[in-house]
Ligand binder design. Structure first.
Ligand code: SAM
Ligand code: SF4
Ligand code: SF4
Length: 351
């Protein structure tokens, strides 16, 4: 049997009591996935062969309204989440997403509100997001080489379109700008140095992500993982690096800075250097299920009870119970031969 939910702050690096899971990991971050749709077809996330014309995305009535998302977020924030990230799918394809930003901004206890986007719609949206209260932004960009980038995004966007989006974010004052880059061996590893130089010159924080076996659709093979170590070696050979401390306890990125003081990069090495011990993230899916792991197999439904009239206390109890029973540590046991159910898809619960 799992230990009961624990709530205390005796070993906390934070001033407020927080909910802890079965391994005593606190709930500190929430990712709100606002849609399962996307205008890109990244091969490692939503490959076009599977997510084609006939793919059935969630019908509108199954997706949470902004009011419902805000209500659930408020409950989860009360239980300890201080960082909220809006994601998807592609969050900017959800109509009036800035309205949600404004509503989330009002929630007391949210210290950090941000968004991960592919950047395509930022030229139209960046200023509205900033005005609504978004503080900073992460834009995904896998290569500055147009052919390589198109190959990775299912030929939905040029590099220039995303650069325009990043420039718009900068003009709007969304700072700092982080760039997420998935590195896949044989696909884009030969372009990472260019990207590092560019991000350093622009003052953006570049975070490389090891290609992960998220979901069940991307045909992941471990041979295609270009490891964090190889990424560091590639960049260090031209731009010398040194490792620095993680910025806070549950930081998932290992950090390196350029020895000449010109900036830093992060490495999210879920495959070769798992960080489950520090994982404090909960994910809310567009249809109102909470997941306690990116590689989860089953969510816990909050929409059903909420639409059936459950009050906040009852919903809070479901969240407490779910987090309290959490024993996820998929990245640490990935290579053990344990049979398990199919995983949730990444586009569903965000990165
Ligand atoms: N559509 C937005 C975007 O791409 O930024 C937000 C959602 S996306 C699922 C969030 C992040 O997950 C992106 O930075 C993306 O590159 C990353 N991602 C998706 N599939 C991945 C995979 N198989 N391995 C590693 N990272 C992945
Ligand atoms: Fe869309 Fe983001 Fe997935 Fe690419 S990684 S398909 S942009 S949700
Ligand atoms: Fe967190 Fe699951 Fe990733 Fe481990 S595998 S770091 S528990 S999301």
């Amino acid at each position: 049997m799992n230990p009961p939910p624990v709530e205390d702050n005796t070993m906390s690096d934070t001033p407020t009591p927080v909910l802890r899971d079965a391994f005593r990991r606190p709930l500190r971050d929430l990712r709100v996935s606002v849609t399962d749709r996307c205008n890109f077809r990244c091969t490692y996330c939503m490959p076009a062969e599977i997510f084609g014309e006939s793919y059935k995305f969630l019908p509108k009535h199954d997706i949470l309204s902004f009011e419902e998302m805000v209500r659930l977020t408020r409950i989860i924030v009360r239980l300890g989440a201080v960082k909220v990230r809006i994601t998807g799918g592609e969050p900017l394809v959800r109509e009036q997403i800035e309205t949600l930003v404004g509503m989330l901004r009002q929630i007391e206890g949210v210290d950090d509100l941000t968004m991960t986007t592919n950047g395509f719609l930022l030229p139209q949206k960046a200023q509205a997001l900033k005005d609504a209260g978004l503080e900073r932004i992460t834009v995904s960009l896998d290569s500055l080489d147009d052919a390589v980038f198109r190959k990775m995004n299912g030929n939905r966007s040029s590099v220039q379109k995303v650069l325009d989006g990043i420039a718009a974010a900068e003009r709007a004052g969304l700072h700092p700008i982080k760039i997420n880059t998935v590195v896949q061996r044989g696909v884009n590893e030969h372009t990472i140095l260019d990207l590092a130089r560019w991000a350093r010159d622009k003052g953006y924080i570049l975070r490389f992500i090891e290609y992960m076996d998220v979901g069940n659709m991307n045909g992941w093979r471990k041979e295609e993982v270009f490891s964090a170590r190889e990424i560091v070696e590639t960049i260090d050979a031209a731009l010398p690096l040194e490792q620095i401390e993680r910025s806070y306890k549950s930081e998932v990125a290992a950090r390196y800075r350029y020895r000449d003081g010109s900036g830093e990069i992060g490495l999210i090495a879920s495959v070769t250097m798992p960080f489950c011990g520090a994982c404090s993230r909960m994910r809310l899916s567009p249809e109102g299920e909470i997941f306690t792991c990116l590689f989860g197999t089953k969510g816990t439904d909050l929409r059903g009870p909420m639409r059936a009239g459950a009050d906040d206390a009852a919903l809070e109890q479901i969240v407490r119970q779910t987090w309290g029973e959490r024993i996820d540590r998929y990245s640490e046991v990935r290579f053990l031969d344990t049979p398990r159910d199919p995983k949730v898809e990444m586009y569903h619960i965000g990165g």
